[in-house]
Design a protein around this ligand. Structure first.
Ligand SMILES: Cc1cc2nc3c(=O)[nH]c(=O)nc-3n(C[C@H](O)[C@H](O)[C@H](O)COP(=O)(O)OP(=O)(O)OC[C@H]3O[C@@H](n4cnc5c(N)ncnc54)[C@H](O)[C@@H]3O)c2cc1C
Length: 224
């Protein structure tokens, strides 16, 4: 684990606000997290940063930024009907969606192109075009920055609401989410009723849409 000082955050937030962080630590492994805890870096002002698409810096950050670089996507188990996918929290959310679409695993195609990382998705129960994270969520793992221990959260324990979870309320700033597990379907029930998805599919004369067709439609709408 390396602590850098006086680092510009311009390229780490989507507004491109050019502020400086006193300290900057890239978290690329559990070892980095444990070391940061041992050095008591979480005991002072700090901010976990994913893609920086839901933060607005209004001045220099007089504390430590933990940039999440945890990577990896794997299949935990599967049967004829469903598949359990575990993704490290530093993965780009849309990359995970594309992985699912390419493998014909249904459930997140409506959430295509939402900016940010996998680890930030449970924070506010991301949602778009009639689907929310809660619809596919199985569990997550998180590092307790006060105790220095790992904890698994079930769906119920996350207490998801509209753009909300325990990580924005009772456990605000308490946990570094390290990975998220989703249960996706191999025999999809497609959700095309919301927004302009139906119109885009009709324009392309698609009567029986695939997961990819829906993802493509959502991407086209969002890019527009
Ligand atoms: C153009 C645009 C379109 C958007 N569209 C949608 C949309 O359709 N639906 C929707 O729901 N949202 C949308 N958003 C909001 C944004 O995409 C989500 O909030 C996303 O989850 C943010 O991810 P991030 O990695 O950029 O988080 P960041 O901005 O880096 O962080 C957001 C918050 O989560 C915390 N956090 C991040 N990672 C972790 C972690 N691993 N552990 C603990 N805390 C963490 C941060 O400390 C911060 O409080 C949009 C944003 C933009 C800019």
């Amino acid at each position: 684990m390396e602590i850098k000082h006086q680092i510009s955050l311009k390229t780490f937030n989507t507004f491109g606000i050019n502020v400086q962080a006193d300290n900057f630590v890239a978290i690329g492994s559990f070892d980095d997290l444990n070391q940061a805890f041992e050095h008591q870096l979480f005991a002072h002002k700090c901010l976990i940063l994913g893609g920086g698409s839901n933060v607005l810096f209004t001045g220099d950050f007089a504390g430590t930024i933990f940039k999440n670089n945890l990577k990896g996507i794997s299949i935990l188990e599967q049967d004829d009907a469903t598949v359990l996918i575990k993704a490290a929290s530093g993965e780009i959310w849309h990359d995970l969606v594309m992985y699912c679409v390419q493998n014909n695993f249904a459930g997140v195609e409506n959430l295509s192109l939402i900016p940010g990382t996998v680890g930030a998705a449970p924070m506010q129960n991301i949602g778009a075009y009639g689907v929310e994270l809660i619809d596919v969520f199985e569990s997550l793992s998180a590092f307790d920055v006060i105790e220095g221990t790992n904890r698994i959260f079930t769906k119920e324990e996350c207490d998801f609401g509209y753009r909300s979870s325990v990580f924005k309320t009772i456990y605000k700033d308490r946990y570094f989410i390290t990975d998220v597990t989703l249960r996706l379907s191999k025999s999809p029930v497609l959700n095309i009723s919301y927004g302009a998805i139906k119109d885009v599919l009709a324009e392309k004369n698609i009567i029986h849409p695939t997961i990819k067709a829906i993802s493509d439609a959502v991407i086209a709408i969002r890019k527009k």
